[in-house]
Design a protein around this ligand. Structure first.
Ligand code: FAD
Length: 637
């Protein structure tokens, strides 16, 4: 057996995006030894791609904003399927987390009077997104990296050195992919197993607590805004040790991805373009969003261009533009326009900022967008409209967690935060609510893991040699097998999900997808990888495939069961929302044989009365059953 590199830590954080780094800071501050593992370079996590901003009800631009309004917007955006306790904590804590980032060294854009500036975004009643131009994610990661180095420098000083950094209590292992979590014979977390991408060498981490912060799943779909890291690893890892995923049918298709040229299809065009005044138009030059305001939102959105335009300057006396409806509504509207033959030449619609803002203003507010379109599509957004269409962007479903501690269901010692965790965003996430989610629940997951480890009082679980041998065998299997390459299987998987479990779904197509997934699963059992273990992308993808297929099966099975349309799950054959389905979470587990997914319905915990009271009763009636509203005061419309 090869030499195995071994490490022992108190808390293992898998993922160095916003949630992983915030968790690491919290666990270190709780006095524990922490390792952060990431499969990309440190500082290159998917979070750096985040553009528009971080939502927090600081009230800097409109003093009417507060946590209650943010909570309300989040629940409305998620169509009331959110874990309401998570939405409450998120709305209450986000302002402190943003402020705290500035104490770490972040510098957000400012208002004229020197406060952190906030911009409009879809579904947010007031300007709420703290931002750094259109490069907010980069600032988040840069700042937390800096904070981690400063904690290491503090550790060096405490150890009696006058300079340098000490990574003995907080260390980052970059370009290292975790392939398996390990549990002891009681089912509690005992560590993780992985390999260095560069050398292919294996590593074993012993730790009683693991925080999964591995991000999303976009790479399972053909057209996506997500980075290469988003292969649903955390969800696969959690399922294999017996934890649960919830509401995986809810996948967000961002309305505005690039559609041309083909090599860049799916790359994101930030919602900030619409937040700053950009409007959607069809091939006839019409602002079509006025035709797509659903009943539940009619009282909050303008029904004519004059009022929509006036709203940008005077939001207190005008209704907001429907260009900024929640993402699911806008994505479906674009889909319908294209289907009706009113699309752009390359199968999208037009997004026009050029006729709405002076050139200098566009360059000041949206420098990355100008650069992106000029470089990739030879389009000058200061003088021409962009062509845009829906792209797979975010997964609302994820690991089922406890709202307060981020503890994952059923597996002691397992925690999850960020995009890999489910619940917070219900059936549809509002833009900007992810970066704040990372900060709020990243911190809570680090603290939750630390509290768990403290309670163990030094009694750490054991890992058996057989478990480690099995991890090695599974990881090396592609070199012994002679089936298809991972690329072939991956391509078919992406096409299948795009075509059959995409933005609009129907039972027959999802059934078809499930049959294809079964076949792909069989082929994946003999997936082959050629070449050496040193930096071998074909091998890496072969190992990621297991996770992607498991995630896709969860999405498809849950999509078939949920017979309604809500947020990021649209069923052509069940087009309306159902109050009965709103009370149900769909929970996925790995089946007993370990070769498939079971899904069960789980009733949602009723919302606390003081939170329900934040909504008018006639609004709640659009979402809740009559029995649920018996004790809620107020008159019907
Ligand atoms: P990530 O940032 O995805 O990080 C995951 C980490 O896990 C990485 O370090 C990765 O290497 C590691 N990892 C994964 N698997 C493994 C493994 N097996 N072993 C070891 N490490 C592993 N949200 C907003 O709120 N505002 C925005 O303006 C915004 N803009 C966006 C723009 C774009 C283009 C995109 C694609 C998304 C945007 N989002 C935005 C969404 C937001 O960026 C993500 O939801 C968020 O960054 C996810 O962060 P995370 O910490 O959960 O995971």
């Amino acid at each position: 057996q090869e030499d195995l590199e071994k490490h022992k830590y108190d808390v293992l954080i898998i993922g160095a995006g916003g949630s992983g780094l915030r968790a690491a800071i919290a666990a270190h501050e709780a006095g524990l030894r922490v390792a952060v593992i990431c499969k990309s370079l440190f500082g290159k996590a998917h979070t750096v791609m985040a553009e528009g901003g971080c939502a927090a009800a600081m009230g800097n631009v409109n003093s009417h904003d507060n946590w209650q309004v943010h909570f309300r917007d989040t629940m409305r955006g998620g169509k009331f399927l959110n874990n309401w306790r998570m939405a409450e904590l998120h709305a209450k804590e986000a302002p402190d987390r943003v402020w705290e980032l500035e104490t770490y060294g972040a510098l957000f854009d400012r208002t004229k009077d020197g406060k952190i500036s906030q911009r409009n975004f879809g579904g947010h009643e007031y300007p709420r997104l703290a931002h750094v131009g259109d490069r907010t994610g980069l600032e988040l990661i840069r700042t937390m990296q800096q904070k981690i180095v400063s904690l290491q420098q503090d550790d060096a000083r405490k150890a009696g050195r006058s300079s340098g950094a000490d990574d003995g209590r907080l260390k980052v292992f970059a370009e290292l992919t975790v392939t398996e979590l390990l549990t002891d014979d009681t089912g509690a977390i005992a560590g993780a197993f992985g390999y260095y991408r560069e050398t292919g060498k294996f590593v074993l981490f012993k730790a009683p607590a693991v925080v999964l912060a591995t991000g999303g799943i976009g790479k399972s779909f053909k057209v996506t805004s997500n980075s290469w890291e988003c292969t649903g690893d955390g969800m696969g890892l959690a399922l294999r040790v017996g934890s649960t995923l919830m509401n995986m049918e809810f996948v967000q298709f961002h309305p505005t991805g690039m559609v041309w040229p083909p090599s860049v299809k799916g790359i994101l065009v930030t919602e900030g373009v619409r937040g700053d005044g950009g409007v959607l138009k069809n091939s006839e030059g019409k602002r079509f969003m006025f035709n797509y305001v659903p009943d539940v939102f009619r009282s909050q959105y303008a029904d004519n261009e004059a009022e929509a335009d006036a709203w940008y300057k005077d939001p207190d006396h005008n209704k907001r533009t429907p260009d900024l409806l929640p993402r699911d509504e806008v994505a479906r509207a674009i889909n319908s326009e294209v289907k009706a033959g009113r699309g752009s030449p390359h199968g999208g619609v037009y997004l026009d900022i050029a006729s709405r803002l002076p050139k200098e203003e566009i360059l000041r507010r949206l420098p990355s967008m100008q650069h992106q379109f000029k470089e990739l599509a030879d389009v000058d957004i200061t003088s021409e409209p962009m062509e845009v269409g829906p792209t797979c962007h975010y997964v609302m479903g994820g690991i089922e967690v406890d709202a307060d501690t981020a503890a994952a269901a059923r597996v002691p010692g397992l925690f999850a935060s960020g995009e890999v965790a489910g619940g917070m965003h219900g059936s549809n996430r509002l833009g900007g609510n992810s970066l704040s989610d990372l900060l709020v629940f990243g911190r809570r997951s680090g603290e939750g893991a630390a509290a768990y480890v403290h309670a163990l009082r030094g009694e750490y679980p054991a890992i058996s040699d057989e478990q480690v041998a099995s991890c090695m065998q599974v990881a090396l299997a592609p070199f012994e097998q002679h089936g298809d390459t991972a690329y072939e299987i991956h391509q078919e998987l992406q096409q299948c999900m795009n075509d059959l479990v995409g933005i609009i779904r129907k039972a027959s197509e999802v059934q078809d997808a499930l049959e294809r997934l079964e076949k792909l699963k069989e082929r994946a059992k003999t997936v082959s990888a050629a070449g050496p273990r040193e930096f071998n992308p074909g091998w890496h993808l072969a190992l990621d495939l297991r996770n992607m297929i498991a995630v896709c099966e969860c999405i498809a099975r849950a999509a078939l069961i949920r017979e309604e349309s809500r947020g990021g799950h649209t069923r052509d054959d069940f087009p309306s929302m159902s109050a009965q389905w709103r009370k149900v979470n769909l929970i996925c587990t790995q089946n007993e044989a370990g070769d498939g997914i079971d899904v069960v319905e789980q009733p949602m915990e009723p919302m606390r009365a003081d939170l329900l009271a934040l909504f008018p009763r006639d609004e709640l009636m659009k979402y809740f059953t009559d029995e649920e509203l018996v004790d809620v005061a107020g008159e019907a419309e």
